[in-house]
Design a protein around this ligand. Structure first.
Ligand SMILES: [Zn+2]
Length: 201
């Protein structure tokens, strides 16, 4: 796992969103990589959910400490906390937990309520981009897209102990195991090398 603030290895905005906490499954090392109003706006640009121009307008028009910005950040972290157990259930082949499923349903209803429906084919809901709160709605609709779409059986969780990052496995055989072969993959090779040399020594 690299140390840059914005690491996009998920292959889908919703997975990259879930991955904004590094070492999610290691309570000692877990760290939120994106914190505060400006960081979330920059993240939205990097992950392709917001254009750079819209981001500049948003950063100028919405005060970072405004009640609406703080509410939007709270909504984002709530949605992320909703998505983690759902994605874990998905990759573990389990039923989605009822409480989080209901929270996702509410997020989707709100996102649809707030979205525009431009009169054009193909039919597509379009979230706004005037407030940070719109980012949460956009991510909810993207989550619907991911969890109801073709990529569903390609969602994986990194096999690295404690890592917890998700990604879309686009490898031909569907055998990708690591968030990154340079990070968790490398650590695994080092670990196995160490146990081999200890056994033989
Ligand atoms: Zn990993």
């Amino acid at each position: 796992m690299s140390d840059s603030v914005v690491t996009l290895i998920g292959g889908h905005p919703v997975l990259d969103f879930a991955n904004t906490r590094a070492w999610r499954l290691d309570p000692v090392r877990a760290v939120d990589r994106v914190q505060g109003f400006e960081a979330w706006v920059r993240w939205a640009v990097a992950s392709g959910l917001l254009t750079a121009d819209r981001a500049e307008v948003l950063l100028r028009s919405e005060a970072a400490d405004s009640a609406s910005a703080q509410a939007a950040i709270a909504a984002l972290t709530d949605l992320r906390a909703t998505l983690w157990p759902l994605l874990d259930a998905l990759v573990d082949g389990e039923e989605p937990p009822v409480q989080e499923w209901e929270a996702l349903r509410r997020s989707l209803v709100l996102a649809r309520e707030d979205a525009a429906l431009p009169p054009a084919f193909p039919l597509r809901w379009q979230s706004g981009a005037d407030h940070l709160g719109d980012l949460c709605h956009a991510l909810a609709l993207q989550a619907e897209d991911l969890l109801g779409g073709d990529g569903l059986d390609r969602v994986r969780r990194c096999a690295g102990p404690g890592c917890g990052w998700f990604f879309l496995d686009r490898s031909r055989g569907g055998t990708r195991r690591w968030c990154s072969s340079d990070d968790c993959g490398n650590r695994d090779r080092a670990r196995r090398h160490y146990s081999r040399t200890r056994r033989s020594g």
